[in-house]
Structures are given as structure tokens and as C-alpha cells.
Write a protein that binds this ligand. Structure first.
Ligand SMILES: Cc1cc2nc3c(=O)[nH]c(=O)nc-3n(C[C@H](O)[C@H](O)[C@H](O)COP(=O)(O)OP(=O)(O)OC[C@H]3O[C@@H](n4cnc5c(N)ncnc54)[C@H](O)[C@@H]3O)c2cc1C
Ligand SMILES: Cc1cc2nc3c(=O)[nH]c(=O)nc-3n(C[C@H](O)[C@H](O)[C@H](O)COP(=O)(O)O)c2cc1C
Length: 585
């Protein structure tokens, strides 16, 4: 029987390398933690023997591994990112029962460290999921190694790892040369496309485009579309649509050109198995090379990670002129903190895709499908708050394209933005819906206040129309110009809802929704929240954090116990579901 009483907090351990084994776990939404985990592995490999080192996703096996009795210590390094409003990633759902149940004591041979990844724009929710894991492990005992680490992506992560294992493991100057290792995949050709078995069922269904209309003036800086779709699915007001965008034909062709293949390369239907002790992308089975390039692999700028650079270094032909230089450069991106800064400048800031990188590093030679898989990253679904009410026949989305010009004058457009731009009436897109977090606001008997900016008005519209109580509710909306991006202006006027709009650029001094909350809305919002009314905030993460900060100030001045009590009150309303924030960057 395992004891159920929590032990005293474990001390930071002294760690001996003798007999030690390590697993680096990560939980991810957009693959940042997977990159950090690979980075840790590549560096640990310099001083740590491979048989005792592995990397995995946080999943059911994780809890078993924590409680496994072992003759010698096993270190679990957790790399955890935060999503939603301080929430855990969906891929950790199977371990939630453990996280939220009474604390079972861990064996002393279970060593653990947590590195939390997040974005400071989320204010108090910064790295919250990592902190939840850390708190749980502190209560379960075992042996903590090092302090809780915090970071935004890869930056500083290696410094934390080195500090955590200081004096126990030696880290060399170079990377672990992960890229030179044997392929993690076994690629086997099944059959000709015409006789292949159908692909396994997917959570994504077919939706067809009913309309795709630009609603901002053509001379406005941003192209914003109202997109309507039909498909066999039901949804509730405030739910979220998840789309699986595809690459454009021109990008697929550009990839083929730069990688030195054509559409007839690697004919047939392929099955790919992962055979590695280190985490790798699961490409699944039964796809053709062209399916891979069109619908599976991210050929946009989100598809390049530092691990892509590490893999590319392994495919440089050093016999070619410039090859040595290219390999050194590619390795430098993933070996040091300064190299990572360069990576951020070259890839992230300049928004370079795998096509751009292969064009620059033309000594990279890819020969097999296996090589191609090792340098590509899967397309991640994009989420959109549904803008129409749950009872509607169609799903409406309000989509603002992510496009612009980089510091060095390169034009860019996001993967999903490009996909939506090309979407024509009757085109079929792969999508699904997921539950949103507004249910209790929809049901709230008392009036509700909605605060949002830009496309953040999408879920608010869905909930406002779904509640059908425009005379009780109030919308505080922020945009740039009343004539350009005051979305659904006529609809609000016709519905009778009270709208307080703040157009940031229609006067010399910029004003935002948070200014309304701070000034004119002060009394209204305080009385509303203290009277039990619902609140929904949606849009950019910075706006949502600024509005919440103002609300805390206002409540702090009015309730006993000040800001601390106000924080508690907001947290309890969030748990109840009557104060909801849906924000994205
Ligand atoms: C809950 C929620 C609701 C949203 N609602 C709306 C809405 O109503 N209207 C709207 O216009 N936008 C909305 N968004 C934002 C939307 O999901 C997209 O981020 C936006 O359309 C830009 O996508 P893109 O592919 O064009 O740009 P890209 O820059 O290609 O992608 C940006 C997004 O891709 C993901 N990403 C980041 N890095 C990586 C990576 N390394 N690999 C793979 N993916 C990565 C992230 O989700 C990031 O936000 C919402 C986001 C969330 C989370
Ligand atoms: C929809 C969404 C919500 C997020 N919410 C938070 C948050 O509440 N707190 C935080 O620190 N970071 C938050 N982030 C930032 C992510 O944690 C950060 O981008 C991280 O690098 C993602 O890692 P991953 O790609 O491995 O999931 C959020 C990101 C997104 C896209």
C-alpha cells in the first residue's frame, strides 16, 4: 500500500551520475517544448551514455514511470508549456486524474526537475501549467533536482539545465551532434496508391465554404474575412473551430524544386514507424509523397525549428564548395544561446520557411523519403473562435490574416492565412469543433459584459446572439478606425445592445478598451461583477492581461482585503465559469 499522507517538501538533491538514468518529458501544442526537449537530449548526449537516456511525451506511461520502484535513481526532466488561460495542454489529459487526486508518495529513487515554458504576455498565468506540475511533485515527494525553471522557448533553457545538473554532468562546447544519429524512422512502401487501404479515421471532417468575404476596406492594412462553412457537426455558442490548413500548390512546387525532387518522386503509399528512444514526429501511415507535402508537412515559417537546423546539418555535403561553412552555421543555430539568438533573427523574425532555408543552404542534399521526413515538421491545426450562435446552420468565422513585411523587407503570410485567402466557395476544408469556455456566461441569468478587441469580438458575438438578451448585455469593443474595422457595427445597432466602442487611431491620443475599463467603465464594471453579472473577455493576450489588471485594481479598491481578495474573487469566478477570458497572440 502506498502512503496517502503528503511528505514534507523534498530537498534539492545532490545527484550522482553513477547508475543514473534520465527521461526528458515534454507536453506540447505547437512543438516548442519538443524542440527544447530535443535540445536537452542533444546536449545531455555529450556526457551521458545513450542507453540510459530517452525522451517522451507526457502521457499515461509518465505516471507509471514516476512510481516505478528502481534499484538506482531515475531523473524525470519535465518540459511543460501552458495553453488557454493558464491551462495544461490537451495532450496531458490522461494524467489529469493523477494531477488532481490525493498525493501518493513517490519513491526516493524518483528524481525530478521541471522546466516551465510560457509567454510573459499572459501575466499571472505565465508558465502556470509548469507550476501546477511542480506543485504536485513537491507534494508527492521523491527527490527534487534543482529549482523550477522558467522560459519563453529555447532561450535560457540550456543555462537552466546546466545549472540544474551543475557539478554532476560535464557539458562540452559543441552540440550532441544529434543529427548524425541513425534515422528514428522505418519507412516502408506498402502498395500502389490505387490498392492502398484507406487512411485511418481522423477527428477532422469535411466542411464546405459557403462564403469568404473581405469585410475591411481594400485600402485597410489588414485583410479580415467573414467566412461561412457548412458541415455535419453541431456546436454551441462560444465553441471553437479547429482547421487543418494545407500548403498551397505553389509552395509544394517550390519545395520540390529546392529539394531536388519532382511530383513522381517516391511513388506509392508509405507507412512510417517511429523506432527511436527519442521523441520524433509521428507521420502516421498510408500517405503518398504529394499528400505529405500538401497536407501533412508545414512548409510555412512555423515549420522550421532549431531541431530542423540540427537535422539539416546532417545532410550537408561537405565535399561541395561551402559545405563545411554551411554545416558549421547550421550547427551553431542549435548549439549555443548566441546561436539560438541568431536562429531567432534568421528564422523567426525573418519568417523563413523550410523552402527559404533549403535555398540558402544549397549544400544540403536530400536523397530519400526518410531524409525528407527528418527535416519536416507536421502542420498544426489552427483554432478560430466561432462567431455565429450555436443554433445557426452554418459556422461563421472572423479571420484576420497574419501577413506583413519583415524587418529586412521580406513579405510573409501565415500558413492558415494563405489557406483561407485561397479558399473559394464550395472548396472543402478539414475541420472539427471543440467546446469553448463560455457556457456559464451563455446561461448566466444576470446581465453580462463583453469586452473584446479586433477579431476577439468573434466569440463575443456568438455568445451575445446565443444569449438573445441584447437589452440586458453590454459590449465594450476596441478597433483601430470606426470606418475600417468596427466589425458588425450595423448588426449591433439593429440588435439594441449597448456598445462602448474605443477606436484607437481615430484621434491623436491612442485609446483602448482598457482605458474604458479604467475610466468611464469603473463604476459600471465594479457594480456589475460584485452584483454577480457575467464577464467575457476575448482577443489579444496583451489586451486581455491589461483589462484584467484594471479590473483587479477596481475591485481591490472596493472590497475588503484589497487586491489579494480581488484576485481570489476573480479566480473563483473563473472557476465558476462566469468570468471567462479567451485570448491568443
Ligand atoms: C482559442 C483561439 C481562438 C482564435 N480565434 C481567432 C479568431 O477568431 N480569428 C482570428 O483571426 N484568429 C484567431 N486565432 C488565431 C489563429 O488560430 C491563428 O493563429 C491565426 O489565424 C494566424 O494563423 P496563421 O497560420 O495564418 O499564422 P502563422 O503565423 O503561420 O501561425 C500562427 C499560429 O500558429 C501556431 N504556431 C506557432 N508556432 C508554431 C510552430 N512552430 N509550429 C506550428 N504552429 C505554430 C500558433 O498557434 C500561432 O498562433 C485564435 C487562436 C486561438 C488559440
Ligand atoms: C492559445 C494559447 C494560449 C496560451 N496561454 C498561455 C498562458 O496562459 N500562459 C503562458 O505562460 N503561456 C501561454 N501561451 C504561450 C505558450 O505556452 C508558448 O507559446 C509556448 O512556447 C508553447 O509551447 P508548445 O509549442 O510546446 O506548446 C499560450 C499560447 C497559446 C497559443
Amino acid at each position: 500500500m502506498e502512503a496517502l499522507t503528503p511528505p514534507p517538501p523534498p530537498p534539492s538533491s545532490s545527484l550522482s551520475i553513477r547508475g543514473l538514468s534520465i527521461t526528458v518529458y515534454h507536453s506540447t501544442l505547437t512543438s516548442t517544448t519538443a524542440s527544447v526537449s530535443s535540445h536537452f537530449i542533444a546536449n545531455l548526449l555529450q556526457s551521458f551514455p545513450k542507453p540510459e537516456l530517452r525522451s517522451e511525451h507526457v502521457s499515461e506511461g509518465f505516471v507509471d514511470s514516476l512510481y516505478q520502484p528502481r534499484p538506482s535513481p531515475h531523473l524525470h526532466i519535465l518540459v511543460i508549456s501552458t495553453t488557454g488561460q493558464g491551462e495544461l495542454n490537451p495532450d496531458t489529459s490522461s494524467i489529469k486524474p493523477w494531477l488532481y487526486s490525493p498525493h501518493r508518495v513517490l519513491p526516493e529513487t524518483t528524481l525530478w526537475s521541471v522546466y516551465a515554458i510560457g509567454d510573459k504576455k499572459y501575466g499571472d498565468d505565465y508558465c502556470k501549467a509548469g507550476r501546477i506540475f511542480y506543485g504536485k511533485l513537491m507534494k508527492c515527494g521523491g527527490t527534487r533536482v534543482g529549482e523550477l525553471g522558467f522560459g519563453e522557448g529555447l532561450k535560457d533553457s540550456l543555462t537552466w539545465l546546466k545549472k540544474t545538473l551543475e557539478g554532476r554532468l560535464e557539458f562540452g562546447e559543441g552540440s550532441g551532434r544529434f543529427e548524425g544519429r541513425p534515422s528514428p524512422y522505418v519507412v516502408s512502401e506498402c502498395v500502389e496508391a490505387s490498392t492502398a487501404s484507406p487512411p485511418p479515421p481522423s477527428e477532422f471532417n469535411d466542411f464546405s465554404i459557403v462564403s469568404n468575404t473581405r469585410i475591411t476596406p481594400s485600402d485597410h492594412w489588414q485583410d479580415v474575412r467573414l467566412i461561412s462553412l457548412t458541415g455535419s457537426c453541431s456546436y454551441k455558442s462560444g465553441d471553437v473551430f479547429r482547421v487543418l490548413p494545407k500548403n498551397s500548390d505553389e509552395d509544394v512546387q517550390a519545395f520540390l524544386n529546392v529539394a531536388g525532387f519532382d511530383s513522381s518522386s517516391f511513388e506509392g503509399v508509405w507507412r512510417v514507424e517511429v523506432v527511436s528512444e527519442f521523441y520524433c514526429e509521428g507521420w502516421g501511415s498510408n500517405f503518398t509523397f504529394m499528400d505529405l507535402l500538401k497536407s501533412k508537412a508545414d512548409l510555412g515559417y512555423t515549420g522550421v525549428t532549431v531541431e530542423t537546423m540540427r537535422s539539416l546539418a546532417g545532410f550537408v555535403d561537405v565535399g561541395e564548395e561551402g559545405g563545411e561553412k554551411h554545416r558549421k552555421k547550421l550547427r551553431s543555430f542549435c548549439e549555443t544561446e548566441s546561436g539560438y539568438s541568431l536562429f531567432k533573427e534568421y528564422v523567426r523574425r525573418e519568417k523563413r520557411s523550410i523552402i527559404d532555408v533549403l535555398a540558402d543552404f544549397d549544400t544540403v542534399k536530400l536523397n530519400s523519403l526518410d531524409d525528407v521526413l527528418r527535416i519536416l515538421t507536421p502542420i498544426q491545426p489552427r483554432e478560430y473562435s466561432i462567431a455565429s450562435a450555436g443554433q445557426s446552420k452554418t459556422i461563421q468565422l472572423l479571420v484576420a490574416f497574419k501577413e506583413g513585411t519583415t524587418a529586412y523587407g521580406r513579405n510573409y503570410i501565415g500558413l492558415a492565412s494563405k489557406f483561407w485567402r485561397a479558399a473559394a466557395i464550395n472548396d472543402v476544408v478539414k475541420g472539427t469543433t471543440r467546446a469553448g469556455s463560455f457556457e456559464k456566461v451563455v446561461e448566466c441569468e444576470k446581465p453580462a459584459i463583453f469586452i473584446g478587441a479586433g477579431t476577439g469580438v468573434a466569440p463575443l458575438r456568438s455568445v451575445i446572439v446565443g444569449r438573445a438578451r441584447p437589452n440586458d448585455d453590454r459590449l465594450v469593443f476596441g478597433c483601430r478606425n470606426a470606418e475600417a474595422d468596427y466589425y458588425f457595427k450595423d448588426e449591433w445597432a439593429a440588435s439594441g445592445i449597448k456598445v462602448d466602442v474605443r477606436c484607437s487611431r481615430d484621434q491623436v491620443r491612442r485609446i483602448y478598451v482598457q482605458d474604458f475599463v479604467e475610466k468611464e467603465g469603473r463604476e459600471i464594471i465594479a457594480a456589475h461583477i460584485l452584483g454577480g453579472g457575467g464577464v467575457a473577455i476575448a482577443g489579444g493576450a496583451s489586451m486581455a492581461a491589461a483589462v484584467q489588471k484594471e479590473i483587479l485594481e477596481i475591485l481591490g479598491e472596493r472590497i475588503e482585503g484589497g487586491k489579494d481578495m480581488a484576485k481570489r474573487l476573480l479566480n473563483s469566478l473563473k472557476r465558476k465559469g462566469t468570468f471567462v477570458v479567451e485570448a491568443w497572440t
